[in-house]
Design a binder for this molecule. Structure first.
Ligand code: GDD
Ligand code: MN
Length: 383
């Protein structure tokens, strides 16, 4: 018996094809962070739901301290269709999904949360719709037959509805639940968009839809309703930082990708840095009665450190510097910002010489140094 894979090999291999082997038709990707007590139950439920469909589960775990990866390894010793892709020194839901998709050879990939909030029972129907021709099938809480159930608190529900409306503005296509983390997609369609996705997001679905459109390959979308359940074990990873990152993604998509999400966050952080700078300057000069020069030096150092800490935790949360790397990073950030300051003054001065508009010259200098600081710290400090 020959398999499709065997036919494609250019040179004959000496091993015989495994006649027992059934290539997976569907890969179920499970992004996980501290989900130790959910994985086994999820595996069992998905196995029951999918019955005789050939499938595999790929858990993409960011080296969870609770030992999620070990639990997956134990399951891999019992079942042949589950494995763990363990990432080190990385965090991020969207990139975890993409890397899981890249690992499988299955023609269809589904993304499902580890915490059992998504109803695995609709997976067969999602797969059917994809095989009938949809590129993307979204599990939806907001169409007839679906509901957000008990799965969201009241605050989360209104936040989610607001975010859904914002997503609707950039989606360019009708989709009732663009914030859903539960969907099934043709692997090739997902991987075609993958190089252009924002790597540091929490919300991959809306990004997949918008990016595919911009690439001239809009996805045909189908939806299947389900009821969002409360989390089984463990705690949610949603936090205010993720909300801000989502805003960055949204503005980036709204400006047609001209402004990368991280530049917006960098700019936002810079704005708070100006406030800190002025506050420290005022404190040192009036309250402590220090001279202007000393106060300005103190304000600059404190504002730069403030910017560094915020950027490290917010803009570059996915590649956060720690330990000795943090010290090295801070020093390189100082050095680059000093160069940015020189760039600022020289550009401003050149423009001032040209037409003597103080404000225009000052603003150009500030923009120059922001872009310089952004580009250079991205390349050196948070590479
Ligand atoms: N690998 C990896 N890395 N996985 C992560 C990370 C990460 O940094 N952060 C979260 N996850 C995993 C979680 O372990 C879980 O399996 C899944 O992503 C969703 O995270 P939750 O912490 O359960 O998030 P949530 O319940 O607040 O949000 C979910 O519901 C939203 C709908 O309201 C997500 O599914 C969203 O995508 C969904 O839109
Ligand atoms: Mn959840």
């Amino acid at each position: 018996m020959s398999t499709a894979n065997e036919k494609r090999l250019s040179s004959p291999v000496s091993v015989l094809p495994d006649v027992q082997f059934q290539p997976p038709q569907l890969a179920v990707i499970v992004p996980s962070y501290n989900e130790r007590d959910n994985i086994e139950l999820l595996y069992e439920k998905v196995a029951v739901a999918l019955g005789s469909t050939p499938w595999e589960m790929i858990v993409v775990d960011d080296n969870s301290p609770d030992g999620t990866a070990e639990v997956v390894h134990e399951l891999s010793l019992v079942y042949s269709n589950i494995r763990c892709l363990r990432r080190f020194g990385r965090r991020g839901l969207a990139s975890a999904c993409v890397e899981g998709m890249a690992v499988t050879a299955a023609a269809y990939v589904a993304v499902i949360d580890a915490d059992l909030q998504h109803d695995e029972a609709i997976l067969p129907e999602m797969l059917r719709k994809a095989m009938d021709g949809a590129d993307l099938v979204v599990g939806s809480r907001f169409i007839e037959g679906g509901s957000a159930g008990e799965g969201l608190s009241e605050t989360r529900l209104s936040g989610s509805q607001f975010a859904t409306r914002m997503a609707g503005m950039i989606a360019g296509q009708a989709v009732s639940d663009p914030m859903s983390g539960f969907f099934l997609i043709r692997r090739e369609a997902a991987l075609a968009a993958a190089p252009k996705l924002a790597s540091d997001g929490f919300k991959i679905l809306i990004d997949l839809i918008v990016t595919s459109q911009r690439m001239g390959k809009p996805l045909t979308i189908a939806e299947v309703p389900y009821t969002f359940r409360p989390r089984h074990a463990g705690t949610s990873k949603m936090n205010p930082l993720i909300v801000i990152q989502y805003l960055g993604l949204w503005v980036s998509k709204l400006t047609n990708g001209m402004l990368p999400p991280s530049f917006l966050l960098f700019g936002l952080v810079g704005g708070t840095g100006v406030v800190v700078h002025l506050a420290v300057l005022g404190l040192f000069s009036s309250t402590f009665g220090q001279g202007f020069l000393l106060s300005q030096v103190a304000a600059t150092l404190i504002a730069m450190t403030w910017n560094f800490v915020l950027n490290n935790n917010l803009t570059y949360a996915d590649r956060k510097l720690r330990g000795f790397g943090l010290v090295k990073g801070l020093l390189s950030f100082f050095a680059i910002c000093a160069l940015g300051g020189i760039a600022n003054i020289s550009v401003a001065n050149a423009i001032y010489q040209f037409d003597h508009h103080t404000m225009i010259a000052g603003l150009s200098g500030a923009i120059m140094s922001s872009v310089f600081n952004y580009a250079v710290t991205r390349a050196f400090t948070w590479k």
